[in-house]
Design a protein around this ligand. Sequence first.
Ligand SMILES: [Zn+2]
Length: 288
Amino acid sequence: MGLFSDLSSLGFENEDDIEVFKKKDLEMVDETEEIEDFEEKEKIPEEEDYLYEKNIECPCCGLDFDAPAIFASKMRPLGQGIDLRPKYEGIDPIKYEALVCPICGYASLATSFNDIDTMQVVKVQDKITPQFVGLETDGLVYSYDEAIVRYKMALLCDVVTQAKNSKKAYTCLKLAWVIRGKLESEGESLTEEQKKQLEADEDECLDNAYEGFSMANTSEDYPICGMEETTVEYLLSYLAYRKGKYKEAAKYIYPIIANKNISPTIKKLSLKLKDMIRNDYKAATNKQ
Ligand SMILES: [Zn+2]
């Protein structure tokens, strides 16, 4: 099954063979609104308690819709994974970052929802809206499946509107994180086949993120997707490492370690990643 196959329920039947990054492209290169709330005591908050309804105007059809948004003041960070995926107490906020207009089908990550030009609006109206049959919503809380469908719509819109490589890469990275969130939270109730499919989808998304950020790193101006050069190059190092491209991973990580102006978090993660690259490179060379 292709990445887009589960969008058929929204009206998209022939999206299965879409390539996020065309082979031709690859050959060319080697929020939320803060609202003050009263501090809650004793009661352990439910996912719903972190959310409020936000009204959003669609830049494509001009109509407005409501979507869940997160009270930033309630977020309690628990740390970041080696690929910079953040974790928070009580909620996985990444689930709520992809927005879909329920009227015309335009979708994008919330941070770039309004970054669409007239030509791109026409592409959405021609290629997305006529096929889009609407989106069921049931309350503020999204299941992982509901979040994944919204991300896939965002990625489909990125492809249709010929969005920048960095934008497609960022959507792929976040989609990979949501898929991993589903595997972590629902893993026990999934069949082996379902787990394999999700792992394959996560892999495909991370591979796409690697290709897109590689191209963006040499062709776009920083900051890209709100990230500084060192953050993107750190990500590229990790994404190259997980593909077994150890020399490439090392090429990105050593300048970051030598850089005195990086954040303590990136510094700490970079040292850990450098050891992982070195150990796995040695193990791979010894096997040969
Ligand atoms: Zn719309």
